[in-house]
Design a binder for this molecule. Structure first.
Ligand SMILES: Nc1ncnc2c1ncn2[C@@H]1O[C@H](COP(=O)(O)OP(=O)(O)O)[C@@H](O)[C@H]1O
Ligand SMILES: O=C(CO)[C@@H](O)[C@H](O)COP(=O)(O)O
Length: 498
C-alpha cells in the first residue's frame, strides 16, 4: 500500500495526516505551539516552533502507525495564510513571524492605498487589509530598520517549513495571492507593486503550482522524522484553498463554510475577471487556473476558544457546550459580535472590538455560549449575504473546521444561512486537501477532481428549520446594527487597551 502525508500548519497547531490510496486516514499526529501577543492587536509566532512541531508530528506519525516508511510516496502542505517570515542571506528568520490576525499595520494599509490608488484592486484584486503581507513588510522596514536591513527574501509560514524540510525555497500561487504583491489573474509577481514600494524582484521566491514537485526531504530531517529522504515534497497551498480542495469545492456553484481559528465563507470561481469590488477576498485556488472568493471573520473559532479559556477553563468544548441545543435560537435576547481582534468582512476595521448586547439577569453561562456561537455564525452570514447580493446562489454549504464537530452548530448554520449544510465524514479540514495535492502530484489520479471523487466523503446533512430561519432573520437585522452603534465607543476605548 502507498501513502501520502498532508501537513496542516494551523494557527494553534500543526496537524499531520497519513492517508492511503482509498483516501482513508491511517494516522494523525499534531503539535501545538504558542502565539505571542506583545501588544493589543499584535500576533506573532516563532518560525522554528513550526518546524520543530512539524518534525515531531511526523516522527509520531511514522512511529505510531507502524507502516513501512518506504511506502510513503509524497507529502504536501496547507498553511495559515499571509504571515510574514523574513529571511536573511543564510535563510534564517530575522525576527518572529507576524501573523494573519495581527492588525498593527493600519498606517501601512493607508500608505498602500495612497501609493497605488485603483491599481491595487486592478492588479492584486484585493484591498489593503492589515492581515495581508505587504503592509507587514512595510511595517518592519519602517519600525525595525535593522532587522529589515538583514532581510533578503520573504516567505509565508508553510513555505518556511517546507524550506527547512527540503532546502528549497518556493511559494505557490494560492498563498502568494494573499500577499498583495501578486498579479492574481496574470499569475506573476507584480513589478508595478514591487517598484512602487522599492522592493527588488529578488525579495520574492519562485512561484509554483500547489501540486508542483519542489524536492525531496533533506537526509537529516528524514532521519529525525523517521521517513525516507526520497519522499516527494509538493508545494501545497493556502489553508483556505486546501480546505476547499479537501471539501471537494472544485467547480462553480459550491460554497464552503470553515470555522477554524478564523471563519470563512468561500465560493469557487472559474472566471479570473469575477468582480466583487474588493468586498470579499479574491485569490488563486490550489487547483490550477481556478480562483475563489471569500469573506473572512477574524475571530470565529477563536471567539469560542477565548470564551472557553476565560469562563470554562479546564473543560472540553463538548463539556462546555452540553445543553447548548436546548437554549432557544436567540439565546434569550443576548447578542454577541465576534470582533475580539477587529474584523475583516464586511467591516475591515482593526479598532472594533466585541460586544455582548442584551445581557439579562436570567442569562447563565450556557446562554452566553450559545450567543457566542450565534454571533460567529451571524458574522459568517454577512459574507453569505454579500455573495447572494452579488448574484451567487447559495443553497448548499459544506461545513469544515473545528466548529463543524458540533451538530448544534451545523444546524445553527443551516438556520442562519437558510441553506442546506453538509458535514464531511471524518472531517479533516485543510490537511486532507494538502494530502490530495500530494496524491495528485504523485500521479495517483489524472486530476484533483478525480482525487476528490475518491477522497471526499459527504456525511450528515442539515436542513433549515422554518421557525428558526424566521427568528434568525429578525435577529440578524439587529446584529447588523451593532457594528455601527459600537464603532465610536470602541475607537474611544482604543486608548485604554494594552
Ligand atoms: N467540539 C467542538 N465543538 C465546537 N467547536 C469546536 C470543537 N472543537 C473545536 N472547536 C472550534 O474549532 C476551533 C479550532 O478549529 P481548527 O479547525 O482546529 O482551527 P485552526 O486550523 O485554525 O487551528 C476552536 O477554536 C473552537 O472554536
Ligand atoms: O487570514 C486568513 C484568510 O485570509 C485566515 O483564514 C488564515 O489563513 C488562518 O486560518 P485558520 O488558522 O483559521 O485556519
Amino acid at each position: 500500500m502507498s501513502y501520502v502525508i498532508g501537513i496542516d500548519l494551523g494557527t494553534s497547531a500543526v496537524k499531520a495526516l497519513l492517508i492511503d490510496k482509498e483516501g482513508v486516514v491511517r494516522g494523525e499526529a499534531s503539535r501545538a505551539y504558542p502565539l505571542f501577543h506583545e501588544h493589543s492587536g499584535w500576533s506573532e509566532q516563532k518560525p522554528d516552533d513550526w518546524v520543530e512541531g512539524t518534525i515531531e508530528a511526523l516522527k509520531e506519525l511514522s512511529s505510531s502507525t507502524g507502516i513501512n516508511a518506504a511506502d510513503i510516496e509524497g507529502m504536501s502542505f496547507s498553511g495559515q495564510m499571509h504571515g510574514l517570515v523574513l529571511l536573511d542571506g543564510e535563510g534564517n528568520p530575522v525576527r518572529n513571524a507576524i501573523l494573519w490576525n495581527d492588525t498593527r499595520t493600519t498606517a501601512q494599509c493607508r500608505e498602500i492605498e495612497r501609493t497605488l490608488g485603483d491599481k491595487l484592486l486592478g492588479i492584486t484584486r484585493n484591498p489593503a487589509l492589515e492581515g495581508f503581507t505587504l503592509p507587514k513588510i512595510l511595517w518592519v522596514r519602517q519600525n525595525e530598520p535593522q532587522a529589515f536591513e538583514q532581510a533578503k527574501l520573504f516567505v509565508l509560514p508553510k513555505d518556511y517549513v517546507r524550506y527547512r524540510l527540503t532546502g528549497e525555497l518556493h511559494m505557490d500561487y494560492s498563498d502568494a495571492a494573499g500577499t498583495l504583491l501578486l498579479d492574481v489573474a496574470g499569475k506573476q509577481w507584480s513589478n508595478d507593486v514591487l517598484a512602487a514600494f522599492d522592493l527588488p524582484a529578488s525579495f520574492c521566491p519562485a512561484l509554483v503550482e500547489s501540486h508542483g514537485l519542489v524536492g525531496t526531504l533533506l537526509p537529516a530531517v528524514a532521519e529525525r522524522a523517521g521517513l525516507q529522504a526520497s519522499v516527494k515534497v509538493f508545494a501545497g497551498g493556502a489553508d483556505n484553498a486546501c480546505g476547499a480542495i479537501g471539501a471537494g469545492i472544485l467547480s462553480e456553484g459550491l460554497t464552503l463554510s470553515s470555522i477554524g481559528t478564523s471563519g470563512v465563507i468561500l465560493n469557487y470561481e472559474n472566471d479570473k475577471d469575477a468582480d466583487f469590488a474588493g468586498k470579499v477576498h479574491f485569490f488563486n485556488h490550489g487547483k490550477e487556473n481556478a480562483f475563489y472568493a471569500m469573506g473572512v471573520t477574524l475571530a470565529a473559532g477563536y471567539s469560542l476558544s477565548w470564551f472557553k479559556n476565560t469562563f470554562a477553563a479546564g473543560e472540553s468544548f463538548n463539556q462546555m457546550l452540553e445543553g447548548v441545543g436546548e437554549v432557544k435560537p436567540g439565546a434569550g435576547g443576548l447578542l454577541f459580535t465576534p470582533y475580539l481582534v477587529g474584523e475583516r468582512t464586511p467591516h475591515a476595521d482593526a479598532q472594533i472590538r466585541a460586544s455582548f448586547i442584551g445581557v439579562d439577569g436570567s442569562h447563565t453561562r450556557i446562554d452566553f455560549a450559545r450567543a457566542v456561537m450565534e454571533g460567529i455564525t451571524f458574522s459568517l452570514n454577512e459574507s453569505v449575504d454579500l455573495f447572494r447580493k452579488a448574484g451567487k446562489k447559495i443553497e448548499t454549504v459544506i461545513s469544515i473546521g473545528g466548529g463543524a464537530q458540533n451538530p448544534v452548530w451545523l444546524q445553527m448554520q443551516a438556520d442562519i444561512f437558510n441553506a442546506t449544510v453538509v458535514a464531511l465524514e471524518n472531517e479533516q479540514g485543510p490537511g486532507l486537501g494538502a494530502a490530495m495535492l500530494a496524491a495528485y502530484g504523485c500521479g495517483w489520479f489524472p486530476s484533483l477532481d478525480a482525487c476528490a471523487d475518491q477522497f471526499v466523503k459527504r456525511g450528515a446533512s442539515y436542513e433549515p428549520n422554518a421557525d428558526a430561519v424566521e427568528t434568525y432573520a429578525g435577529l440578524f437585522r439587529i446584529y447588523q446594527q451593532v457594528y455601527e452603534q459600537t464603532r465610536g465607543l470602541n475607537e474611544a476605548l482604543a486608548a485604554y487597551r494594552n
